[in-house]
Design a protein around this ligand. Sequence first.
Ligand code: DGT
Ligand code: CA
Ligand code: CA
Length: 578
Amino acid sequence: MPVHNADIARIFEEIAELLELEDANPFRVRAYRNAARVVGEQRFELAERLAKEGALPKLPGIGEDLSAKIQEIAATGTCALRERLAKRAPAGITELLHLPGLGPKRVRALNRELDVHSLSQLVRAAKDGRLRALAGFGAKTEKRLLDAALAQLGTTRRFKLAVAGEYARSLVAHLEKTRGLQNVVVAGSYRRMKETVGDLDILVTVSSPTAAQAVMRRFAGYGEVKKVLAQGETRASAVLASGLQVDLRVVPRESAGAALHYFTGSKAHNIALRRMAQAKGLKINEYGVFRGERRIAGDTEESVYGVFGLPWIPPELREDQGEIEAAGQGALPKLVRLEDLKGDLHAHTKATDGRNTLEEMAEAAQARGLAYLAITEHSRRVTVAHGLDPARLARQVAAIDALNARLKTFTLLKGIEVDILEDGSLDLPDAALAPLDLVIGAVHSSFKLSRARQTERILAAMDSPFLSILAHPSGRLIEAREPYDVDMLSIVRKAKARGIALELNAHPERLDLSDVHCRMAKDEGVPVCVDSDAHSVGDFDNLRYGIGQARRGWLEKDDVLNTRSLAALRKFLARGRF
Ligand code: DGT
Ligand code: CA
Ligand code: CA
């Protein structure tokens, strides 16, 4: 498993907390906390850089000792100091530390005053009302901690869609080699393109009972399987080395459509459909749709929907969010497809923290069938990414002009991902922005501002006559950083008024705009652009997941800015400027 910056940052944060718990020197605690932040803010993967160059670049506040620890973590996935500290700490303490709202100080108080050393002890103490009596806790905190502890005890790990996608594709390729196998499909949340996936639900059809046995054997023998949880004639469950659970089912051909429908979900969508079936005196389950004992549909998904007089509903819409009503009225959206994209408006090169040259990025985008690509480096404020100042930006603009003169059927657009500073001003002067084709504004700092101030900051940035796109509008990193608190409706309306588009950043860690906010943008008439945020030629793969999320947000081709021709795009970009 590759070690990500987020893993290193988490270990440093844990070390800081464990040290704090031991009443260690506060300067030492702060050094680890700072290191966690600095590592987390890097736009390139430190472990990759180490593997390639054998050394780390200079990072603020990271001296020899911390640098050695980063190397240790990159190489081993863990850190001896953390293991040592964790061993010394009472069992259960680290779980408590991971609870939002519980820092080392409060954990110490819980230990000393209430003899609480684990999540389950915390739950008991909270239920008894003993927490609220502690100095600095109170009834509200007690309730919040109880909820958080219960959630923690009940959660299993979820996987980012792109990560689950990698595991799914190799497993499917492995299964497809089975003799007698007819079809493999991954259903569940993965088929619905949900941003995170709890487990993979794989359905298989086969030509004979022996083929079914062969599939089961091949599944259990897959190299990545760590543990087989259950195995029968037509069902098996296993956990992969990554921790991802896989449920596999062999389904009869005549009910393949019903099974696919059932196991694609969502549960809410299934329940809504079952209610419609009941109203018609029918029964629906994973084997088909039945009138009494007689199966009246189920070989295909179309046949299942057909029973209700509905057209087939794309999996991404199946959340019981109005899709059944829309289908009934013949008003389903005609969802945007990957092939509809004509360009990509967010990419980086070697000039900052990307890995490829302008030429290489242009070539790769063209190979994907795109007609244009905007190069949008970070601005100077993002020092860790070696962001551009006006002079370096001007040099890149000249390089793009020169390259465009040579390119025949492809266009590089001159852009920037300019930082939105805390006061809402942009990190580069108008004179630097004016020559560009497009300006993407992005928040990369001060995530913790109050809702009012954060909203004000972004609205102020949108007043710039140069801003054409708002990057990753919520700032969240999936399962790593909450979105900042902001009034999204105000931002969407401002975008409408100012002729600005909202980005759906397709980077696997981001997928930001959310599906809900995509729908909000559509309702308000604001175009969304699905961008890869590519830092290397391989990152154009991100686009498929961005499109998945756009589809979950009901977006159609016309709702997505970068489905437009270059000429139409230029018209849009010119419109905002006054
Ligand atoms: P996940 O794995 O948590 O990301 O989400 P799903 O949607 O893949 O859920 P999962 O794996 O628990 O179940 C797969 C599908 O099976 C689910 O989307 C709908 C169907 N399903 C599961 N449990 C029920 C149920 O109790 N009732 C109905 N109607 N369908 C269910
Ligand atoms: Ca699932
Ligand atoms: Ca499942």
